[in-house]
Design a protein around this ligand. Structure first.
Ligand SMILES: Nc1nc2c(ncn2[C@@H]2O[C@H](COP(=O)(O)OP(=O)(O)OP(=O)(O)O)[C@@H](O)[C@H]2O)c(=O)[nH]1
Ligand SMILES: [Mg+2]
Length: 438
């Protein structure tokens, strides 16, 4: 195993992709997604191999015969790596590498590799490193060579020790030391991430009572493009998976007098490695704390419906299953499958259809978000002294005035207002406030 798995990076490597299908659960195109993932990681896909299997072979996942065929194809295409769409156990990886004679990676390792390349902020880097230590490194026999690289790049405290050990040969004793170093690093990472978390929490609190909206959705759905279009933010957008790993928050004014905070998040993908969800919880905290989630869907993707399900699963996993969600059907300028948009509109009758790229539908999105921000409409009667002009201007700015009666020094106003704005009005201390409807 050591011979092949010296590094789990696949950049510029020639990859053979394998999807072993046990039973199709959602009918989605696994090979298309695996290809996109591999290309996003920088690999060059030279061959693809889809195989229905009746049961998992405990030692090699696919049958031995298939593994031998795979070896032939890997040789023929001069592959450096074979990537499985399935999650493999360390034992299966070892056995498969013995047969195919090149490095074998599973889907989670591939996703972690992409995340490692994309992480920009210190927090994202630490989160990825933690996920890698928890998922990938226990699967290597010679962990020290990887820790060595880590220590070199990140300045880990283990650096000195690693340099020393790296010169010794592998063996049982070696593994024991590796394990200790990994555990030590995991503890350090968790400690540092907790302190970053606390700082973030203070920041969130500092944002006061502003209405918080979070963009969530499958990777490549167009979340960052939408954030950019709505707020003129300069967020990295690319036709690759997981373009955004670091979240951004911007102010957005969907209507006159309305200001909200809009956050971007990391894209979701089905079967996201559990370790990754766990360590990204802090980043996804924006989603957990949001007053409204905008679930951005790429309607031009034939698997849009299955992607919606995957996103909902991750949302449930991070504790957002009860949050208010508005589905945003994006990329309506490029829908390829006939009836796809209509099908999704039937399933999500409240969804707003837009194109973040051309701007189509953004006015409606702003209107719907503003309505959610304001809450259900109520009709009220407010009386206040004519000298308290603030009440009148508040109702003019945030609601709709239906009637105004002047009597001595008092003005009585009937108006429509969103329920969520009632506290704002109350803070202006009108003499009397009565809810007529709602
Ligand atoms: N045609 C079209 N393309 C779009 C639209 N919105 C986004 N895109 C493209 O889709 C690709 C992905 O967009 P991003 O905004 O990076 O997607 P994301 O959801 O932020 O992706 P991750 O950060 O990877 O999760 C880019 O190439 C965008 O230009 C749209 O409305 N129409
Ligand atoms: Mg993005």
């Amino acid at each position: 195993m050591e011979k092949f798995r010296q590094t789990l990076r696949v950049r510029k490597e020639r990859a053979v992709l394998v999807a072993a299908i046990l039973h199709r659960s959602d009918g989605s195109d696994d090979m298309a997604e695996l290809t996109a993932l591999a290309e996003s990681a920088g690999a060059v896909v030279v061959d693809r191999f889809q195989q229905k299997i009746r049961k998992i072979n405990p030692s090699t996942y696919v049958g031995k015969g298939k593994a031998t065929q795979l070896a032939g194809r890997a040789r023929r295409f001069k592959a450096d790596v074979v990537v499985f769409d399935n999650d493999l156990s360390p034992g299966q990886i070892r056995e498969l590498e013995e047969i195919v004679r090149v490095k074998v990676l599973d889907r989670s390792e591939l996703i972690l590799d992409i995340f490692a390349t994309r992480a920009k902020t210190r927090q994202a880097k630490l989160q990825v490193e933690l996920a890698q230590l928890e998922y990938t490194y226990p699967r290597l026999t010679r962990m020290w060579s990887h820790l060595d690289t880590l220590a070199g790049a990140g300045g880990a405290t283990a650096a000195g020790a690693v340099g020393g050990i790296g010169t010794r040969g592998p063996g049982e004793q070696q593994l024991e030391i590796d394990r200790r170093l990994v555990n030590k690093r995991i503890t350090e990472l968790k400690r540092e991430l907790t302190s970053i978390d606390q700082r973030r929490l203070r920041e969130i609190k500092g944002r006061g009572g502003l209405f918080k909206i979070c963009l969530v959705g499958y990777t490549n759905a167009g979340k960052s493009t939408l954030l950019n279009t709505l707020t003129d933010a300069d967020v990295f957008v690319e036709d690759r998976l997981f373009a955004t790993l670091d979240t951004r928050t911007r102010r957005w004014s969907p209507a006159r007098g309305v200001e909200v905070l809009l956050s971007d998040t990391v894209g979701f993908v089905k079967r996201l490695p559990h370790q990754l969800v766990a360590s990204f919880k802090a980043t996804l905290e924006d989603a957990v704390n949001a007053d409204l989630l905008l679930h951005v869907v790429d309607v031009s993707n034939p698997d849009a419906h299955a992607q919606i399900e995957s996103v909902n699963n991750v949302l449930a996993e991070i504790g957002c299953e009860k949050s208010p969600v508005l589905e945003v059907l994006n990329k309506i300028d490029v829908v390829k499958k006939i009836g796809q948009l209509e099908m999704l509109q039937t399933l999500f009758p409240d969804a707003v259809a837009i194109s973040a790229k051309t701007g189509l539908g953004l006015d409606q999105l702003s209107a719907v978000v503003t309505a959610k921000y304001k809450g259900a409409e109520i009709v009220l009667r407010v009386s206040s002294s004519q000298s308290n002009g603030k009440v009148q201007s508040f109702l003019r700015a945030h609601g709709q005035i239906l009637d105004e009666q002047y009597c001595d020094s008092t003005v009585v106003i009937d108006a429509r207002l969103g329920r969520n704005q009632l506290p704002g009005l109350q803070r202006l201390h009108p003499d009397n406030l009565e809810i007529l409807h709602g």
